[in-house]
Design a binder for this molecule. Structure first.
Ligand code: ATP
Ligand code: MG
Length: 392
């Protein structure tokens, strides 16, 4: 084929002994992500993943777009492979990049030579190719310090490659190298961003959503499934565990003082989530909590909420401002769905005067009025698992 994608690895290059495992994982993730777009050859060499369409039936544009959402890739470019001779490299630049070059005010050539058998070093390659291009495009000045356009030449093991400027990749670590996490996914702005941030660290996600039909509608459930689907663009396929939460919310409403509604509800969420997490091999729980955002997100309230679980609870948004969270939500494409106006179960029985500085003792005291074990067990039985994926 005459076009290939090069995906450059990010910090995984630094990971010493684990590097091979990381690279293999990234390679198999890329293979899986390319599958909906046809037959692609995916190989990894010298900290670069090579993605090559094998026939004309491949959806190259779709595949190229998908490559921007693969964690572990720091930058990516489309390039033209060619023989490892100066003439072939020059011809490839002329065929592949001439339009971009002609439109630029200034340019330079930047070369890398990882095949040290190639007779010219990288500076010489740049000089030779740059010289010929300068003759061909006399109106485009050579500027080695601040060029408007850079032609890249890479002489690698199997071939040489020419390309224009690279684009930024999704960054982070390859999905799966960091274990699994269970994300408590509401329909709000915060939790999809929290899930994305943990996923970016190489973690596979399992989602959990608490659903209080008929207090919250089927539309609210569909909204959460859509948010999860949007997240899979980055995280790969996931399951969403939809937990029937109505009985628990009604029990809390009927037996507990209103000021404790949210806290006790959140303690039930944590207990149930922990059981689901453990069943699915998850090593932590993730929430979208953000210090001081609402009454249940003071440090005292969070201490009371998290006291019922022994798995670590991560809340990657804890110190962020709302604007920072919204910026990420927009960038990852979840914002529009998050702001659809369906009720979350948290908003259904919201107390007028919630406790912001609760103490554990009184909360436990109140909770004794409830059959905690039975309620948790029935909610777990009443859990439906839905698999989501980005394509199809
Ligand atoms: P979000 O925007 O994520 O809904 P929020 O600022 O509205 O967060 P809360 O409603 O207090 O905050 O919820 C805090 C966290 O608890 C959420 O980020 C989410 O992780 C979890 N959570 C809340 N409601 C649900 C739910 N119905 N199902 C699953 N998790 C939930
Ligand atoms: Mg919410």
């Amino acid at each position: 084929m005459n076009e290939i994608f090069l995906l450059k690895l990010g910090e995984i290059v630094l990971k010493g002994a684990n590097r091979r495992q990381f690279e293999n994982r990234l390679c198999s993730n890329v293979k899986r992500r390319m599958r909906p777009f046809g037959e692609f050859d995916v190989t990894i060499l010298q900290s670069t993943v090579y993605v090559e369409p094998t026939d004309d039936a491949c959806d190259v544009e779709g595949a190229w777009d998908a490559c921007h959402y693969i964690f572990g890739v720091v930058s990516l470019c489309r390039c033209r492979p060619c023989e490892k001779t100066l003439d072939a490299i020059y011809d490839a630049v002329m065929e592949y990049l001439a339009d971009d070059l002609a439109a630029a005010a200034s340019f330079k050539v930047e070369s890398r030579r990882s095949d040290k058998r190639f007779p010219l070093n990288s500076i010489e390659i740049s000089q030779q190719i740059g010289g010929r291009l300068a003759e061909q495009f006399p109106h485009v000045t050579v500027d080695v310090h601040h060029p408007a356009y850079t032609v890249y030449v890479e002489v690698r093991d199997h071939a040489a490659y020419v390309h224009g400027p690279a684009q930024p990749g999704a960054g982070g670590l390859p999905t799966g190298v960091g274990g699994r996490a269970a994300v408590l996914l509401s329909g709000g702005i915060d939790s999809p961003v929290a899930g994305y941030m943990i996923a970016k660290r190489g973690v596979e996600l399992e989602c959990i959503h608490f659903f209080s039909y008929p207090y919250t509608s089927e539309l609210a459930k569909d909204k959460v499934l859509e948010l999860a689907r949007l997240m899979t663009r980055y995280c790969g396929r996931m399951s969403v565990n939809i937990v029937g939460f109505t009985e628990i919310q009604e029990a809390i409403r009927d037996h507990c003082p209103e000021e404790y509604f949210t806290l006790i509800m959140r303690r039930f969420m944590m207990r149930i989530s922990q059981q689901i997490a453990k069943e699915h091999g998850c090593g932590c729980l993730v929430t979208g909590e953000n210090l001081g955002q609402v009454a249940s997100q003071t440090m005292e309230a969070m201490a009371v909420t998290h006291a019922v679980v022994d798995l670590p609870v991560f809340h990657p948004l804890i110190g962020m401002d709302k604007e920072e969270i919204v910026t990420i939500a927009r960038r990852i494409g979840t914002m529009e769905t998050s702001i659809l106006p369906y009720e979350d179960c948290c908003t259904v029985f919201t107390p007028k005067h919630p406790r912001t500085k609760p103490r554990l003792g009184p909360v436990e005291e109140v909770e004794r009025r409830l059959d905690v074990e039975g309620l948790v067990a029935r909610a777990l039985e009443n859990t439906e698992m839905v698999k989501v994926r980005y394509h199809g």
